[in-house]
Design a protein around this ligand. Structure first.
Ligand code: SF4
Ligand code: SF4
Length: 223
């Protein structure tokens, strides 16, 4: 299980900027268990966005947003509402947001941060990876994780060493930042590359004292 916490609403609204029409999507699996997704997450986030003047074009709950087959099948019924939206706000873990980005050509905004509980994170049926950095950057990078797709985990663009699209450290691996560039170009968000992210605060990866007192922490670390 990947543990998630809601991003501050101010951060979500800042990432939406002037986008008016929003499609809301939530995971009914791990995120529901964490209280950040599910029906509750959808209705709370919907109310916050409407309060901020946004229009919700549609909502959708998917059992496991980390499963791209499930996401594709479920979202195919919602395409008209997704097309009316400027972007999709997703309540789920980093894997789920990446899975949605991989199957829908739309700007995707994460509404949750994935936090490490220190134990076994579990398995999911896709290639995407999340290191539970606690400060999800997928909004800036077109839904491709810079922490896991770039061998150096760079947050502000490529190192410049890539050759023929491959990473300078591992020639078997595609350069993560080339993939991020191509994705941002596809969804019309190359201007994101001008935004500078501050250095990672690694303490955000750690479970808070409050979280360490919950049964989630016990289950993840003692099983
Ligand atoms: S930026 Fe990457 S590692 Fe951090 S929460 Fe998002 S998907 Fe996970
Ligand atoms: S070549 Fe690309 S993936 Fe490899 S370290 Fe540099 S930016 Fe990251």
């Amino acid at each position: 299980m990947l543990f998630t916490q809601n991003k501050p609403i101010e951060e979500v609204l800042e990432s939406l900027g002037t986008e008016k029409n929003i499609f809301l999507l939530a995971c009914n699996g791990c995120a529901e268990a964490c209280g950040t997704g599910g029906e509750k997450g959808l209705s709370e986030m919907g109310a916050e966005l409407e309060k901020a003047g946004k229009k919700i074009t549609g909502t959708c709950l998917v059992d496991f947003l980390c499963n791209k087959v499930l996401v594709t099948t479920r979202l195919s019924r919602e395409m008209d509402k997704i097309q009316q939206a400027n972007s999709i706000v997703v309540l789920t873990c980093g894997i789920g947001v990446q899975a949605v980005s991989a199957v829908v050509d739309k700007v995707v905004h994460p509404a949750d941060n994935t936090v490490s509980l220190g134990g076994l994170a579990g398995l999911w049926p896709s290639d995407e990876r999340c290191q539970a950095c606690g400060d999800c950057a997928l909004d800036y990078t077109g839904g491709i994780c810079p922490v896991t797709s770039c061998t150096k985990g760079l947050l502000n663009g490529p190192c410049g060493g890539a050759a023929d699209g491959k990473c300078e450290i591992d020639s078997e691996k595609d350069c993560g930042w080339i993939k991020i560039y191509e994705r941002l170009e596809k969804v019309g968000r190359l201007e994101n590359l001008k935004k500078i992210r501050t250095p990672r605060d690694h303490s955000k990866m750690l479970p808070s004292e409050q979280l360490r007192k919950t049964s989630f922490y016990d289950i993840e670390t003692k099983t």
